[in-house]
Design a protein around this ligand. Structure first.
Ligand SMILES: Nc1ncnc2c1ncn2[C@@H]1O[C@H](COP(=O)(O)OP(=O)(O)OP(=O)(O)O)[C@@H](O)[C@H]1O
Ligand SMILES: [Mg+2]
Length: 112
């Protein structure tokens, strides 16, 4: 299994969520976060307040998927989240050792 962790523009959340649901990925965790990439927050949408805004609001999406679905999920997420401008975000991919559905003890792919 892989954990796909994406930091995206908040206004892209609904589009990304629908795209993931569209390929049958149902389990997601969303967190409102703040961050910056290599521009350190400057030259993005808070131009008028550059001097005191350096950590911009973003949304972090985490989803754990079977290994065989990871590339597809990354591709769908990337195209749904992309505007082509700086600040579109980033995706990090991790190996997941185990997953358990608490209700019935399902493990691995069957628990996702
Ligand atoms: N190396 C990193 N480690 C952890 N989080 C990161 C990293 N790079 C970016 N992020 C997170 O992703 C968000 C969006 O990053 P962003 O898209 O601006 O990356 P970038 O490398 O500056 O690319 P771009 O040039 O397209 O803007 C940041 O606000 C931050 O929360
Ligand atoms: Mg950036």
């Amino acid at each position: 299994m892989k954990k796909i962790e994406a930091v995206i523009q908040p206004f892209k959340l609904d589009e990304v969520k629908e795209a993931m649901h569209g390929i049958g990925i149902e389990g997601l965790t969303i967190t409102e976060v703040r961050g910056h990439g290599r521009q350190k927050g400057h030259k993005e949408s808070y131009r008028g307040q550059e001097y005191h805004v350096d950590l911009l609001p973003k949304v972090k999406i985490e989803t754990v998927v079977p290994d065989a679905r990871a590339e597809e999920a990354i591709n769908v997420l990337t195209s749904a989240a992309r505007t082509g401008k700086i600040g579109d975000g980033k995706i990090f991919v991790y190996d997941v050792a185990e997953a358990i559905r608490i209700r019935n003890g399902d493990r691995g792919d069957a628990s996702l």
